[in-house]
Design a protein around this ligand. Structure first.
Ligand code: SAM
Length: 195
């Protein structure tokens, strides 16, 4: 499928299925592969706007606690909470920790920095977000917790892999079919905090 047909296909599919973004299909694929969306869990979704991942998560998680965070304001989704803030700021992390009050089961991050036209710079900035999430995960996940984060194949890839291996017992990489072939985007799945 060429890029244009690809965009059209997932755009139409998202519209038909009532999802706010095409990204929703990536989370569906990630969950089919790793099975982390479960009843009653506490989940943090970083980079939520416009809310496709939160829609998928809230369909799967009943009686749980779901918080979305983004720099952009999100239209509310029933049964979930949103904070409009920048995850890089310390005060945002404090807000998140205060909201959950105890350790959580899953962190998702689909955060991506604004595109600049320079693919290497975009990759560096998005991978910095991934490293920030990997560091934060130690303070908020339960010991069997799961972290899924977007990253771009690029010069920081090794740094991410090293930190993920240090913080978690198991790591995998997965590129969903709904992620464009030509995109350098992939996702890291980490499970079980190292003690
Ligand atoms: C690809 S979109 C996420 C799509 C979303 N997963 C969905 O399903 O609709 C990436 C988002 O990351 C957010 N973002 C980037 N840097 C951020 C930061 N430092 N703090 C919070 N959100 C951030 C952007 O505002 C953008 O909305």
């Amino acid at each position: 499928m060429d890029n244009k047909s690809y965009q059209d296909h997932f755009f139409k599919k998202a519209k038909i299925e009532g999802f706010r973004s095409r990204s929703a299909f990536k989370l569906i694929e990630l969950n089919n592969k790793f099975k982390f969306l479960k009843k009653g869990i506490k989940l943090l979704d970083l980079g939520s706007y416009p809310g496709g991942w939160i829609q998928v998560a809230s369909q799967k998680i009943k009686n749980g606690k779901i918080l979305g965070v983004d720099k952009k304001k999100i239209e509310r989704i029933k049964g979930t909470e949103f904070f409009t803030c920048d995850f890089h700021e310390e005060k945002s992390k404090k807000l998140i920790l205060n909201y959950f009050k105890s350790r959580i089961n899953v962190i998702l991050s689909d955060m991506a920095s604004n595109t600049t036209g320079n693919k290497n710079l975009d990759a560096i900035r998005t991978n910095q977000l991934c490293l920030d999430v990997l560091n934060f995960s130690k303070y908020i996940l339960i010991s069997e917790g799961v972290l899924i984060s977007k990253l771009f194949m690029g010069q920081d890839f090794e740094e991410i892999k090293i930190l993920a291996k240090k913080n978690f017992k198991k790591i995998n990489f997965f590129k969903p079919n709904s992620s464009r072939d030509e995109s350098r985007e992939t996702y890291i799945h980490c499970s079980g905090l190292s003690t």
